[in-house]
Ligand binder design. Sequence first.
Ligand code: MN
Length: 299
Amino acid sequence: MEQTTSVREVSRVVTAHKQREGGGFIVRRPFPSYGLSAVDPFLLIDEMGPVDYAPGEAVGAPDHPHRGFETVTYVLEGEMEHEDSAGHSGALGPGDVQWMTAGGGIIHSEEPSRALREHGGRVHGFQIWINLPARLKLTTPRYQEIPASRIPTAATPDGRARVRVVAGQALGTRAVIETHTPIVYQDWTVDDGGDVTQAVPRGHQALVYVFEGAVRVGEAGGGRRVDDGQMAVLEPGDLVRLRGEPGGGRLLLLAGVPLNEPVARYGPFVMNTEAELVQAFADYQSGRMGEITRTATLR
Ligand code: MN
């Protein structure tokens, strides 16, 4: 049988809007928006910063719950601290990844580190929400915290395209993070003249979010230019082609198998039905998602 592969073209480009979140920090958010509620299985992309905080200015997201999905935090600059109702606490620095499966329910806080709050400094990073299928929405909460040193990296032979492989595989390198459903999460830097073609399985829905410079995505007409702050949703295919524009570009390549299930979401809960949302609020308000026992070290 003849095997044919195709490069994914860009089906639409959306520009991220700015939104105030948590305790008042500004994010760039390509979705959800009025025109695009999700890119199944991805529910949300928030780019935090880059922002330079003065002393006393940095804010985060104080105690709040989640149920029914996963939050993935990827720090590029600055340091975040977190605590949760399952007794976890820790800090994330540049290049570190926290892959949190909220599952049946967790309450956590996500704040800039004490040093950042007191002395100010730069914060830049991502939080991405990934939906869980109905059968896993109430799974036991799970954390994977991977320091930058354990995030595999790879580069094309000419060195002009480089990748940090948070999830999935790229250039023969496989991520260390385990995902409940197949997910690709990669941080690519593509210099001027860089040209890389990356396999993304046909059953995945794929997108590219550019957060520095510009890249060309796809094959037709030399590819579609995607600029800083823009996201390209890709058509079906087997391969993603990325080419650097003058000055280069940096992007997240995200892909995953669509769940194709009904989504009922409100605030920090993402379920399949309205009744499950009501139950989530009831469980949260009655304390069934626990509470954070404050540790002395982080406060
Ligand atoms: Mn959260």
